[in-house]
Design a protein around this ligand. Structure first.
Ligand SMILES: Nc1ncnc2c1ncn2[C@@H]1O[C@H](COP(=O)(O)OP(=O)(O)OC[C@H]2O[C@@H]([n+]3cccc(C(=O)O)c3)[C@H](O)[C@@H]2O)[C@@H](O)[C@H]1O
Ligand SMILES: Nc1ncnc2c1ncn2[C@@H]1O[C@H](COP(=O)(O)OP(=O)(O)OP(=O)(O)O)[C@@H](O)[C@H]1O
Ligand SMILES: NC(=O)CC[C@H](N)C(=O)O
Length: 557
């Protein structure tokens, strides 16, 4: 065997949390391909055997025992061929580690332990795992490989120690979730590691969805540059499963990877749309649900959710339901029909006036003497939820909710009403971005979309003023600030953790800023009961931002 070349196959693959046998099968298939391609090693992402993130499941000893048994079986099955690097949990002397297992000649030949445990944003690994010591490099054939595990590569020390102890390349297995512009952030850290160590770096990321998280893949390889910088020589596409065979050659300056595939990276609008679509597709597939339904009001939010659903699982698997009352305008009826037709999805109609009157009659003796208020509006929303859940139960279709991030942030939705449902594809998309996303989808079609090409969202739906149509002539802007102002204030409070005085200094009115803060803190309890949805920002409402449900603190101005 040559001592100055090395073929490394990387698997940018999709693992399912808890499906140990299924994940091991995927690893075996990839190994067969690596073997056929003459590779000396197959590298899989972080925690590939268990899927990622496992949350507290990994704390259960029976689960980690099963995971390690699956890794040992994989080692035995793949004894004769390339080595395998695969992520999994490792329990030893009362401690639990996030580890990378190196399988060779039928056995676990080495174990690398994660040193830096991420605990910010959506991560809580300090709570789950023990911090491992910095592990040294391992040898496969002619090559000494160092493997900082994901977060380990965001700091200088692990890579530096590996370089000092003889690593000749850095192979970084990752479970790195998507958010807007994440690739640039990762690239910044990885370029630093290459410049500091002078070693080539292979970044292998998971792909697929897990709960609210999207793993976008987008794996890449960096070679050290001649003048102290570095060169990207391989870039895989985001959001797709892919195996790549990387050829390393020993040069006078050390090991270098031959240039390979350079997949273009789509712009942020496309990546966000892909993430929301894949988030829904993956949540359904991994939950073994094949059909969805949603209430289609003729408004923009439900139109976008219907479009994402049609793209995710095909128009034939999406049912839209119009549930009109006397406040529903002819325009809304026409727009819902038009949108459903353009998307090729089924549209049913269920009237709510009769049920609403029946509820009103049943409650009349208690409500006597009270004035109409949001109570009556919420009854309509709840009746829609009830009807939609009945259809869901009868036909096995999961109900989607349709609240955008601006509404979710201020609690502008009815609990047990339009909040009823299992998954919300636009939960992390501010309303101002909803408009732009609809325009983007109307102008762009990709082969990963199962819905039709063209202007699938009627332009009128995009241009009309948003309304909940729960009373005559109602407009969202009657009770909320205009969405451009609302979203800018929310981004300040949520994404940037700014103070009210920061926002007032930026020119927002004191009264508006205070109102938005009151609505945001006052609706924490609602979000706790809300459906999950794909995370596309750095502060999604779920694991990124964990606020008390009871909270009397308000910022001073
Ligand atoms: N901390 C807490 N923990 C648990 N429950 C709490 C609570 N605080 C109030 N509650 C309960 O929650 C109830 C109030 O919540 P809820 O019933 O939802 O009602 P509420 O938030 O008062 O009203 C719903 C709002 O959403 C708007 N909306 C509704 C539907 C669709 C849209 C749209 O355009 O998308 C907008 C509607 O115009 C209205 O402003 C109270 O009756 C109270 O019992
Ligand atoms: N007439 C209706 N028929 C069917 N579903 C409805 C109807 N009205 C409201 N809904 C459901 O409740 C959700 C919240 O609706 P609402 O119209 O009150 O506010 P919205 O946030 O502006 O949403 P949209 O932009 O979809 O209208 C809608 O997205 C839809 O799923
Ligand atoms: N799994 C990890 O360690 C991920 C943490 C890392 N900072 C990332 O988001 O990419």
């Amino acid at each position: 065997m040559s001592t100055d070349t090395f073929r490394l196959t990387i698997g940018q693959l999709n693992a399912t949390v808890g499906d140990l046998a299924g994940n091991a099968d995927r690893a075996r298939e990839a190994w067969e391909q690596a073997k056929t391609a003459g590779a000396q090693m197959l590298a899989l992402p972080e925690m590939f055997i268990t899927g990622y993130q496992t949350q507290d499941l990994v704390v259960k000893p029976a689960f980690t025992e099963d995971a390690v048994a699956a890794i040992e079986a994989l080692a035995r099955d793949c004894a004769d061929g390339p080595a395998i690097g695969i992520g999994g949990p490792w329990r030893n002397r009362g401690k639990l580690y996030n580890a990378y297992f190196i399988l060779q000649h039928g056995k676990i030949a080495a174990r690398v332990l994660k040193h830096h445990l991420p605990y910010k944003q959506l991560f809580d690994e300090m709570r789950l795992f023990d911090r491992g010591p910095i592990s040294g490099p391992y040898r496969i054939g002619p090559l000494r490989i160092g493997s900082p595990i994901c977060e380990d590569s965001w700091y200088a020390d692990v890579a530096e120690t590996l370089a000092e102890t003889g690593a000749e390349i850095l192979l970084v297995p990752n479970g790195s979730p998507y958010h807007r512009e994440k690739l640039d952030l990762r690239m910044g850290h990885m370029v630093s590691r290459v410049v500091e160590t002078g070693l080539p770096l292979v970044y292998v990321n998971l792909v697929g969805g897990q709960d609210d998280q999207l793993y976008d893949g987008a794996s890449f390889v960096l070679n050290p540059g001649e003048t102290g910088g570095c060169d990207k020589v391989v870039q895989l596409a985001p959001f797709t499963e892919e195996l790549a065979h990387l050829d390393f050659t020993l040069t006078d300056d050390g090991w270098r990877c031959e240039p390979g595939k350079m997949a273009p990276q789509p712009d942020a609008w496309e990546q966000d749309y892909n993430a929301m679509m894949l988030g829904l597709r993956e949540y359904l597939r991994k939950s073994r649900i094949s059909r969805v339904l949603l209430g289609m009001s003729g408004g923009i939010d439900s139109a976008l959710v219907a479009t994402i659903a049609a793209d995710a699982i095909g128009p034939d698997n999406v049912r839209c339901v119009m549930l009109p009352s006397e406040y529903t305008s002819q325009g809304s009826l026409d727009d819902a029909t038009d949108c459903a037709k353009r998307l090729g999805v089924r549209l049913d109609t269920v009237h709510i006036e009769g049920a609403r009157d029946a509820v009103g009659d049943a409650l009349a003796h208690l409500m006597e003497g009270t004035k109409p208020d949001t109570t009556e509006e919420n009854i309509q929303s709840r009746l829609r939820g009830l009807m939609l859940m009945a259809i869901s139960n009868k036909f096995g279709e999961m109900l989607l909710t349709t609240g955008n991030k601006s509404e979710v942030a201020v609690g502008y939705a009815t609990i047990y009403g339009d909040m009823a449902g299992g998954y919300n594809p636009i939960k992390d998309l501010y309303k101002t971005r909803v408009f732009q996303t609809c325009r983007w989808r109307n102008e762009n079609h990709r082969d990963w979309m199962m819905g039709p090409k063209g202007e699938v969202i009627p332009p009128r739906i995009i241009s009309k003023p948003p309304s909940a149509e729960l009373r005559p002539d109602q407009k969202d802007e009657d009770s909320l600030p205009p969405y451009d102002i609302l979203d800018a204030i929310l981004e300040g409070l949520v994404e940037k953790d700014q103070s009210l005085s920061d926002l007032v200094a930026q020119g927002f009115e004191e009264e508006t800023v205070k109102k938005v803060e009151t609505l945001l803190y006052g609706s924490e309890w609602k979000r706790y009961q809300a459906a999950p949805g794909p995370r596309i920002s750095t502060k999604a409402f779920w694991l990124d931002r964990r606020y008390p449900l009871v909270n009397r603190w308000r910022d001073r101005l």
